[in-house]
Design a binder for this molecule. Structure first.
Ligand SMILES: *[C@@H]1O[C@H](CO)[C@@H](O)[C@H](O)[C@H]1NC(C)=O
Ligand SMILES: *[C@@H]1O[C@H](CO)[C@@H](O)[C@H](O)[C@H]1NC(C)=O
Ligand SMILES: *[C@@H]1O[C@H](CO)[C@@H](O)[C@H](O)[C@H]1NC(C)=O
Ligand SMILES: *[C@@H]1O[C@H](CO)[C@@H](O)[C@H](O)[C@H]1NC(C)=O
Ligand SMILES: *[C@@H]1O[C@H](CO)[C@@H](O)[C@H](O)[C@H]1NC(C)=O
Length: 459
């Protein structure tokens, strides 16, 4: 049972992964390598790592975009560096998501003894992880401070409200971190409406706050069409233009949703649009064009955001939690690759590239479109931009401490999920800070409206 659970959680598939298949498909490697090259040579020298991508995006939210052609779908990203604000000294302008990890001797704020919500495979202490330094860091944004999560403050903010995590097991990983962080104040009760572990609901009775996970690893309607598939790893049919009603029919009742997706798109996929096969990702079918995973990833986000923007009664704030890179080194996940580092990187020691960058940029582009459409409808989209911070945390994964050494689990070295406690706790520091800033932002918007009115009157 446990093994099945691990297998189901593991996004990359059973005996397959992209890189493995890449070897079988040299043409595709070339295409990916070439497009990344073009992309990287244009993008990286200009923008990385001196500014984070989210700061680019922020500009387009708070000000008119400098040039709406800056992003285009050919990924020729050209951004006028000089158009950026020179400093981000005030808290309002600070880009929370660009910074460094700095030591925090006070962490962690819970343990596997004080919190029961830690998932088996992320309970690294239980399975004998020998080091503990990975728990003792906090994120320091470049231009300001990010306060450590304050559970009482969070619960006051969400009193009478509800929050849903829409996505896969990495989304659940964040929810369990949140439950553990909140456990110093209150534990929730299980109010799930189904025994299906993929759809959990938790209620904080004192605060009338509900939290839920809605399982949708691909965000759109999909099914495993073949548990075996061309590479004996399963094959998923994704209906890229169809809503996954398992979650879209439920989100209207939520005040906040945190949506995310990523690692599941590495598996072999067959893409449908208008009910017809339009292509695939590593399906290895002679008569079907391989469009690559980014094609499906882009369309999946487009459809998911379209669903959100089309819900009549949805009034919530939508957070896109951006892609969190995995950290396999010295081999692929199924070829002895592992994550054995015990310290974070500094931001000058690594940078976003390859599939991590491509997935990230794809999300950002779809987010930006959805955000614009949402604004017309009065819906708020916000970027919970964890990518850069997590890129710097190769030390935060369970590695082989997500199970007993003799256990035969699929993902023997887990460099995808995150130990609890661990760096994923930081996502909830971000979340609380964003919720607090949301209040300021609303107040600010009201003030601006008011002063505009006054200007009109004076004229
Ligand atoms: C918590 O971790 C310790 C090792 O630090 C381990 O001995 C214990 O079994 C774990 N407890 C639970 C409930 O996971
Ligand atoms: C709890 O919150 C819901 C909204 O999420 C509200 O409809 C309900 O009246 C609240 N209940 C109490 C007892 O405050
Ligand atoms: C491709 O061929 C398979 C079997 O040869 C067939 O089942 C499938 O319908 C074909 N797909 C398309 C898109 O023509
Ligand atoms: C990164 O920055 C730190 C501190 O600014 C410096 O000590 C270190 O040498 C730099 N490392 C690299 C690889 O540039
Ligand atoms: C582990 O499980 C897989 C699939 O269930 C099986 O094929 C393999 O032989 C097992 N390995 C060991 C060492 O038990």
């Amino acid at each position: 049972m446990k093994h099945n659970q691990a297998l189901h959680d593991f996004p990359h598939g059973k005996n397959q992964n992209q890189s493995l298949l890449v070897q079988k498909s040299p043409k595709l490697v070339l295409v990916i390598a070439f497009s990344s090259l073009v992309f990287l040579t244009i993008f990286i020298p200009l923008c990385y790592p001196s500014i984070s991508y989210s700061s680019l995006l922020f500009q387009s939210i708070s000000k008119p975009p400098p040039n709406s052609d800056d992003y285009n779908h050919d990924h020729k990203f050209v951004y006028d560096h000089t158009a950026l604000p020179s400093s981000s000294s005030s808290t309002n302008e600070c880009d929370l998501f660009s910074g460094e990890w700095v030591p925090n001797p006070k962490a962690p704020y819970y343990t596997n003894k004080t919190c029961w919500a830690i998932h088996e495979h992320q309970n690294c202490m239980k399975y004998g992880r020998p080091d503990s330094e990975y728990m003792k860091w906090r994120w320091k944004p470049d231009g300001c401070e990010l306060p450590i999560f304050n559970p009482a403050q969070f619960l006051e903010l969400v009193r009478g409200k509800s929050l849903a995590f829409v996505g896969d097991s990495v989304g659940r990983n964040q929810m369990q971190s949140l439950i553990c962080l909140l456990s110093r104040v209150e534990y929730p009760i299980d109010v799930s409406y189904t025994p299906d572990e993929h759809f959990k609901r938790w209620r904080y009775t004192t605060y009338n706050f509900t939290m839920a996970t809605l399982w949708t690893p691909h965000l759109v309607k999909g099914r495993e069409s073949d548990p075996n598939g061309p590479t004996h790893t399963g094959l998923f049919s994704l209906y890229l233009d169809e809503f996954d009603e398992e979650w879209t029919t439920q989100v209207e009742e939520f005040d906040y949703i945190i949506i995310s997706a990523g690692h599941w798109f590495y598996r072999p996929l067959v893409f449908y649009e208008n009910g017809k096969i339009v292509g695939c990702h590593y399906c290895l079918l002679d008569n079907v064009t391989d469009l690559g995973m980014y094609y499906g990833y882009r369309k999946a986000f487009r459809t998911a955001f379209k669903a959100i923007n089309s819900l009549k009664n949805y009034k919530g704030i939508t957070y896109l939690r951006t892609f969190a890179p995995s950290h396999f080194e010295n081999g692929l996940w199924n070829e002895g690759g592992n994550c054995v580092r015990t310290k974070p990187f500094r931001s000058n020691e690594t940078h976003l590239e390859g599939p991590n960058l491509e997935l990230y940029m794809t999300q950002l582009e779809e987010f930006r479109t959805a955000e614009k459409e949402g604004r017309e409808r009065g819906l708020k989209f916000r970027l919970l931009d964890t990518t850069q911070a997590m890129l710097l945390r190769p030390d935060g994964h369970p590695s082989r401490y997500g199970h007993w050494p003799h256990e035969n689990v699929t993902l023997y070295n887990d460099c995808v999920h995150w130990c609890l406690p661990g760096p994923i706790d930081n996502w909830n520091d971000f979340l609380l800070e964003m919720m607090k800033n949301e209040r300021l932002r609303s107040a600010e918007e009201e003030k601006n409206l008011y002063s505009n009115d006054r200007k009109l009157l004076v004229k």
